[in-house]
Design a protein around this ligand. Structure first.
Ligand code: UT7
Length: 344
């Protein structure tokens, strides 16, 4: 039998928590009104169906790694960690700078994280929460002391600006956390992950991979863009988000009544509201900033976590639940007890 810290997921030898958080969004704000100038939509429709009022767009010379590096620097500073002390960098993204090398290697270089290993993780918008679960394993096993987990995407690069059913929904941004050991009873106490590949065709970018290489003859311009069966994904999201939160909580022997702050993937205010009702949480225990940024994919959950901290919405000892969902179709959730920072 391996010894296990109290209240930590099966197999964690060392309790793992978030030591610091940071986020970065590009400067340019694209409002709903701006979109009405070139696509057949209205502010009323977008706000009513999604809750989104604005999103950020990266400059042409900015790529995902640029956003990731800024978010990472802020997380390093918040956690009091030097880049050269990082053991591992995981970048969750579905919009890497290029197919190769990995965005994590660019982040490593820009940060000067001289001893860190690194890799990218792609499971669409669920990526950050999956990367959190993955990164935590290295600390929990005692293999590493400091792991940087970044969620970053330039979703506007995948938009067909003539497709009103998708281009109004997404934006660019990045968030990052530094993981390390914490005191027993704190940090990540419950996790859950899932994927249902049968639903995969509902959310796709068809070209640019090995099935339909960018140079192949059969490629249509639309194949490079994100395509989505919105109502199908909506139904999936509503059914999975609350359930995923409950599974992570069950894993920790807890229920939703004990949750101080629920931080869901920021895709649509109606999906967030449906999951709030499923979890039976009052409005003030659910965080949302979808209004300002739209769906930033892998950036969504860590940006929300970072802003929640800035706004004083999380205190030491609070039970916080993070849930991501998206292409795959996929989902992941983490329950964590905030604080418990040790000096190691
Ligand atoms: O992180 C990945 C996750 N993605 C998501 O979570 C997205 C999940 N899906 C959704 O959030 C919603 O399905 C949407 C916001 C994408 C769409 O909302 P909906 O209530 O499911 O609308 P719909 O797709 O059923 O379309 C209703 C109508 C259609 O017109 P008709 O056929 O009824 O005449 C659409 O053509 O709304 C029309 N429509 C628009 N109208 C104005 C679709 N997009 C727009 C638009 N502006 N931007």
């Amino acid at each position: 039998m391996t010894s296990q810290a109290p209240n930590s997921p099966q197999g964690y030898k060392t309790p793992v928590g978030i030591l610091g958080v940071g986020h970065f969004v590009p400067e340019e704000v694209v409002t709903n009104q701006d979109l009405t100038k070139f696509v057949d939509t209205t502010d009323e429709w977008i706000v009513g169906r999604t809750g989104i009022r604005a999103r950020r767009r990266a400059r042409p010379d900015q790529a995902t790694s640029d956003l990731a590096v800024e978010a990472a620097r802020r997380a390093l500073q918040a956690s009091g960690t030097r880049a050269e002390d990082l053991d591992l960098i995981i970048v969750a993204t579905m919009t890497p700078d290029c197919p190769m090398p990995a965005t994590a290697s660019m982040v490593q270089h820009q940060l000067g994280a001289s001893k860190a290993g690194g890799f990218d993780l792609n499971i669409a918008c669920s990526g950050f929460v999956y990367a959190l679960v993955t990164g935590a394993q290295f600390v929990a096993s005692g293999t590493f002391q400091r792991v940087l987990v970044v969620g970053a995407d330039c979703m506007t690069r995948l938009m067909n600006w003539k497709d009103r059913s998708t281009c109004v929904l997404f934006g660019d941004g990045a968030g990052a956390v530094v993981l390390g050991p914490v005191e027993p009873g704190y940090g990540i106490i419950g996790v859950h992950t899932g994927v249902n590949g049968a639903g995969g065709p509902n959310l796709t970018v068809k070209a640019g991979g090995s099935r339909l290489p960018s140079w192949s003859e059969g490629v249509n311009p639309g194949d490079y863009y994100l395509q989505m069966e919105g109502p199908e994904v909506f139904r999936f999201a509503v059914s999975v988000m609350g359930e995923a939160a409950i599974k992570a909580l069950e894993n920790a022997g807890l229920t939703s009544e004990q949750v101080a702050l629920f931080i869901p993937h920021q895709a649509n205010a109606r999906i967030i509201e449906a999951s709030r009702k499923r979890l039976n949480l009052p409005l003030e225990r659910v965080f949302s900033n979808v209004e300002h940024y739209g769906n930033t994919s892998c950036g969504s959950v860590p940006i929300a976590l970072s802003e929640a901290l800035e706004q004083g919405r999380i205190q030491n000892g609070d039970l916080v639940v993070l849930v991501g969902f998206g292409g795959g179709l996929s989902w992941a959730s983490v329950a964590l007890r905030w604080g418990g920072l040790s000096n190691s």
